[in-house]
Write a protein that binds this ligand. Structure first.
Ligand code: C2E
Ligand code: CA
Ligand code: CA
Length: 702
């Protein structure tokens, strides 16, 4: 399950994450591209324009250091360069200046780089086209560039006139704009020239203050240079920039659309992943995820919840009798009805075919049981007159607490483990075909552990002869004479002590080991009988239980014969006990086996007659020697007058069929007397003796 959880997480994540990552990568890449383009243009523009002025400045600075050149000569040279300038001392006080010192003193810095030299400078106060850029230098503002490109230098001082025209018809004057002719002419002229012969006329003038140190004098020259950007360059740069921007925007949009499509598809796949194909409702995967989510919520930490596993009994046989399609339609209906029973903050899903998983609130066990019974009641008549049966296993999960008894969030809920417990509780109902609800308790875990232990130890115990044969004598109630015995298994385990058969036989019956046990018992009983015969004791027949599972062997009779023969015991001292339920399986095969056993000289008895489904009918077809009346006749409700009548009739019936009778589980003297009166042949019960070890039994034979 962990695997599918991972798959779920994968589906849930990758697409979105992938899209986001692509988006980010491309976004970063395009930002990088745009910035590079921008920087490239800026650098190109600035570098190529200011170099000339810069080197001239450097020249002058060098000359200033030279004492042979007078200050007047220097001033002349600077004046000849044409622009405004300032000479500063080491403390940046102005020593000398020409024009206005319009540099922004607050933002001096490296404005560019020529080879290994940093060009230091200031931005002019009057100009907003140039700005400090984040990387430390200066750059041109795109926004400004875009708008300033529309202005053509030389036109700004030519005005647009507002003219008032007189209207003849009306009293009112018309107001309108007209360009003055000078403007129109200049504009046309500039425009013509601009696009003629690939020749530039328009340009932007960008003022910038360059600084150069006169190192030997601890002075600085700061010179205002003006570089221009040709409009064609700006146009080109803007075109490239815009094209790139359009391209980037298209790609980003495509990515976005792809992402959305991907997302929608994912949701669809995810839905499929979490939807049950049969009922159209939620499936186990959904239950796992949502269940965990629900139980871990802080807001429900105080609520006791119950994990419930509810199965339809015999769903498979229903589909056999009808069709799988009908079965699925039924499940769909059940799913719908169950979902209608949910209260807020409860969940349910179709976990497996015919099995529904639920998380219900469980403030009170009795209320929950009643609620489940009511729900089952509704479900069972969903297709009336057909009646369905349901088994529900419940595992109540109390709120999680810390050492101080404070309730906190259920941080570590494992839905599978909790559900498994509900299933274990449900499995206890397996032998029961009617609807029922079963609660999980820790005993159940102990039981499961025990089953596991028995499975693990059974073979070793057999090899070590830890299984002991106990004998329970059968007496004639009229004469009190020993007439027979039944061999009953006990496990004398060095690890677990004395273990009674009801703790191991059902496990052996389930796991098939019972066949080995039966053979073991037959062999040991035959061996004991032979030993006692050899000792000269007066032996009576001993009955051995043969389980129903054993009867599938067609050569069972031969197997038993061979085992007994190997020990050298006479066949008439061995009796085979069959339980009534075994008769249901295959009556014909059963009769054949019984006949064979009888032919070999064994006696055959029917065990537990009267318990469960007694079939008087089967009695007359089976050539049995002994009928064992079940202990139930002498206990509880069945005891008393009505029970007596049945016992009386059963003994009569057995006699008429030429069978002897053994009454089991007799503990009271009156019962013995009554049975003696009715002509019951033997009594096997605590009144006479409990099952005992073979040495004790041997003394009884004396
Ligand atoms: P079962 O074959 O019906 O055996 C009779 C059970 O009734 C025995 O229980 C016996 O001790 C008990 N019993 C006899 N008289 C009285 C009485 O007066 N009062 C009470 N309360 N109980 C009495 P045990 O030995 O615990 O065996 C239980 C069941 O385990 C047996 O029922 C039988 O079905 C099965 N079993 C025991 N040993 C073997 C075996 O070797 N092979 C097979 N296949 N099953 C065995
Ligand atoms: Ca028996
Ligand atoms: Ca019995």
């Amino acid at each position: 399950m962990d695997k599918s959880k991972k798959v779920y997480k994968k589906i849930n994540k990758t697409g979105i994450v992938g899209t986001i990552i692509t988006f980010l990568i491309f976004g970063a890449f395009s930002a990088f591209l745009l910035i590079t383009l921008y920087l490239f243009f800026t650098t190109y523009a600035i570098e190529s324009k200011i170099q000339g002025d810069y080197w001239q400045l450097a020249d002058i600075a060098d000359d200033m250091a030279d004492d042979s050149i007078t200050d007047t000569q220097m001033k002349e040279r600077l004046d000849r360069m044409g622009g405004s300038y300032v000479i500063l001392d080491g403390n940046r006080n102005i020593i000398q200046k020409k024009g206005e010192a319009s540099f922004r003193t607050d933002d001096k810095g490296i404005i560019n780089r020529i080879g290994t030299r940093n060009i230091k400078g200031y931005i002019d106060k009057s100009d907003s086209l140039v700005q400090r850029s984040f990387y430390g230098g200066i750059s041109l503002s795109w926004k400004k560039l875009l708008t300033s490109n529309l202005e053509i230098p030389g036109l700004s001082d030519l005005e647009i006139n507002l003219e008032t025209k007189e209207n003849d018809d009306d009293d009112e004057d018309e107001v309108g704009f007209t360009y003055n002719t000078e403007f129109q002419e200049k504009y046309n002229e500039l425009m013509d020239e601009r696009y003629k012969n690939d020749h530039d006329v328009g340009f932007l003038e960008v003022p910038l203050w360059l600084e150069y140190p006169v190192e030997q004098k601890d002075e600085f020259i700061v010179y205002r240079t003006v570089f221009d950007i040709k409009l064609r360059d700006a146009d080109l740069a803007i075109e490239i920039f815009l094209l790139t921007a359009v391209f980037v925007s298209v790609v980003l949009h495509v990515l976005l659309i792809m992402g959305i499509v991907n997302f929608v598809r994912q949701r669809r796949i995810l839905n499929m992943f979490l939807t049950d194909t049969v009922t159209g409702g939620h499936n186990w995967m959904w239950f796992l995820i949502k269940g965990e989510h629900l139980l871990k919520k802080r807001s429900v930490s105080k609520i006791p919840y119950a994990m419930v596993s509810m199965s339809m009994v015999n769903y498979r046989s229903y589909t056999l009798c009808h069709s799988v399609r009908d079965g699925e339609r039924l499940l769909k209906k059940l799913n719908y009805s169950l979902s209608r029973e949910l209260r807020p903050r409860e969940l349910m899903a179709h976990a497996a075919t015919g099995e529904f998983s639920l998380i219900l609130r469980a403030e009170n066990d009795d209320d929950l049981k009643q609620r489940l019974n009511t729900i089952i009641g509704k479900l069972s008549t969903i297709e009336s007159p057909h009646v369905f049966h349901f088994h529900a296993g419940v595992n109540v999960m109390k709120p999680a607490m810390d050492e101080n008894g404070r309730i906190h969030r259920r941080k570590n809920v494992n839905i599978e483990d909790e559900y498994n417990k509900a299933c274990a509780a449900k499995n206890r109902l397996l032998d029961n075909d009617d609807s029922a609800v079963s609660f999980f308790d820790t005993n159940l875990v102990e039981e499961e552990k025990w089953v596991d232990t028995v499975n693990e130890k059974q073979l070793e115990a057999l090899k070590n002869e830890e299984y002991k044969v106990y004998y329970q004598p059968k007496y004639d109630p009229r004469t009190n004479e020993l007439k027979g015995a039944e061999a009953l298994i006990r496990w004398e385990s060095p690890e677990f002590g004395f273990v009674t058969p009801n703790r191991i036989i059902p496990i052996f019956e389930k796991n098939g080991f019972i066949v080995n046990i039966d053979n073991y018992m037959i062999t040991h009983v035959a061996r004991d009988q032979k030993m006692w015969l050899d000792k000269g004791l007066k032996c009576v027949p001993v009955s051995v239980n043969v389980s129903r599972a054993h009867f599938v062997d067609a050569d069972l009779a031969e197997q038993i014969r061979d085992m007994v023969d190997r020990e050298g015991a006479p066949h008439n001292l061995i009796e085979i006990e069959l339980t009534e339920s075994a008769f249901f399986d295959d009556k014909k095969a059963m009769i054949t086996t019984i006949k064979k056993l009888k032919n070999y000289g064994f006696q055959v008895s029917m065990d537990d007659f009267g318990a469960g489904y007694s079939s008087l009918n089967s009695l007359k077809d089976m050539p049995l020697d002994v009928l064992k009346l079940d202990a139930d006749f002498f206990r509880g409700e069945n005891a008393g007058e009505r029970g007596d009548i049945v016992v009386k009739e059963a003994i009569k019936l057995a006699k008429s069929l030429n069978m002897r009778t053994v009454a089991e589980g007799v503990e009271e003297k009156e019962q013995v007397d009554f049975l003696a009166e009715q002509g019951c042949d033997m009594i096997q019960g605590y009144y006479y003796a409990k099952p005992m070890p073979k040495t004790d039994y041997e003394t009884r034979m004396h």
